[in-house]
Design a protein around this ligand. Structure first.
Ligand code: PLP
Length: 397
């Protein structure tokens, strides 16, 4: 066999303003490049303890059972859904975005029966509809997506939903992949029993170690299961041997990813969670206004707008494919944005405003580049209005 001729890695210079991964802070990159130690080394046990403590702060929870799952957000998601769904369980999931469907697929694989609570793509779940779905289906578990990356919709008033679930003796699992560290989320105060996230969104960490937290009631359900979860790797009662008191071998933790997550979480703590939420709102607010000034109308109403992910429709008269705009932004400006998924495919642009990337300079540059790209594609747009509006919004907020 011939030796492959592959050059040294040299990734292009990009500004990551899509749905994730997001820009990574140099301190996190440096932490990731630190020499790994053994995953059972006492020094790494300290890193594990610190990472768990930092995660509890960012999730706003006292849950002892708070860990980074080895893998991307889907691994933390499958750990939550796969452990909390027992064969034969009924699980209520939302139909208003792409990730509710993924929840349903995971429920099926775990031997459960998914049932839906409906809302249109681009809108949150209405508490009355959730109540009606509980009356109709009597689910054992209710999953919802706090920040739906496919639509740019935030689920407002989370306690209104968790109250319904608890009144009906169901547990609640929240997808906080695109909100954690960027948008207000309070796990304990809001009555969420299990929550999972990912590193590569508002935490601005490379993907690979993904937050997961379960409260006592959720962990009790896991530990009292008659049949073990179908995944050995993600069986939380086995993972408890490693992340719990014993610190015994289960699998080799991705040491460098945990270093990176720890540093990203430290950056959140230094900034302060509330200040970080406020920064996302201010900077993404300017982005939203700047896009609208160029005729790109937001999909989400202000009451459920998700600052970390902005979905905007191209003007109808533009006669331009989102894909052409996205390609031009990448090729000419080195800026990554994305198009729509599912019901919104071909209709919208999705622009992230996450973590280290959520800065006035980045959104100003992005809106200017988008104006240029639209003009270059023959769209009749007031390209100067975008950056001017962004600057004005940042000045006045
Ligand atoms: N849930 C939501 C809301 C997401 O946006 C994503 C990824 O974008 C996931 C789950 C899955 O995470 P990952 O792609 O890291 O596996």
């Amino acid at each position: 066999m011939q030796r492959p001729q592959v050059g040294e890695l040299s990734p292009p210079d990009r500004l990551l303003m899509g749905p994730g991964p997001s820009e990574v802070h140099p301190r996190t990159l440096r932490a990731m490049a630190a020499p790994p130690v053994g995953h059972l080394d006492p020094a790494f046990i300290d890193v594990m303890d610190e990472t768990q403590e930092l995660l509890r702060y960012v999730l706003q929870t006292e849950n002892r059972w708070t860990i980074p799952v080895s893998g991307t957000g889907s691994a933390a998601m499958e750990a939550a859904i796969g452990n909390l769904t027992r064969p034969g369980d009924t699980v209520l999931v939302p139909s208003n975005g792409y990730f509710g469907d993924r929840m349903a697929a995971m429920v099926r694989r775990a031997g459960g029966a998914p049932v839906r609570v409906d809302a249109p793509w681009g809108e949150p779940l209405a508490p009355d509809d959730v109540q009606e779905a509980f009356t109709e289906h009597d689910p054992d578990l209710f999953g919802f997506v706090h920040a739906e990356t496919s639509t740019g919709v935030k689920q407002p008033d989370v306690p209104a939903l968790t109250d319904i679930a608890h009144d009906n003796d169901a547990l609640v699992v929240a997808d906080v992949v695109t909100s954690l560290g960027g948008v207000e989320f309070r796990m304990d105060d809001w009555g969420v029993d299990a929550a999972y996230s990912a590193g590569q969104k508002c935490l601005s960490c490379p993907p690979g170690a993904s937050p997961l937290s379960l409260n006592h009631a959720a962990m009790e359900r896991v530990q009292s299961r008659e049949e073990r979860p179908r995944s050995w790797y993600l069986d939380l009662s086995l993972l408890d041997d490693y992340w719990g008191e014993e610190r015994a071998y289960h699998h080799t933790a991705p040491v460098s990813n945990v270093y990176a997550l720890r540093e990203s979480l430290r950056l959140v703590v230094e900034e302060g969670l509330e200040d970080r939420w406020a920064r996302h709102e201010r900077v993404a607010g300017a982005l939203r206004e700047g896009l609208a000034a160029m005729g790109l109308e937001p999909v989400a109403e202000p009451d459920w707008w998700l600052p970390s992910l902005n979905t905007a429709r191209l003007p109808e008269a533009a006669h331009v494919e989102p894909g052409d705009v996205i390609d031009r932004m990448l090729e000419e400006h080195g800026i990554e944005i994305a198009g729509g998924l599912g019901d919104l495919a071909g209709e919208v642009l999705r622009v992230g405003c996450m973590g280290y990337g959520a800065t006035p300079d980045n959104v100003t540059a992005l809106v200017a580049a988008l104006g240029d790209s639209l003009l270059a594609l023959g769209v009749d747009v007031d390209a100067d209005a975008g950056p001017a509006t962004v600057r004005e919004s940042l000045r006045s907020n």
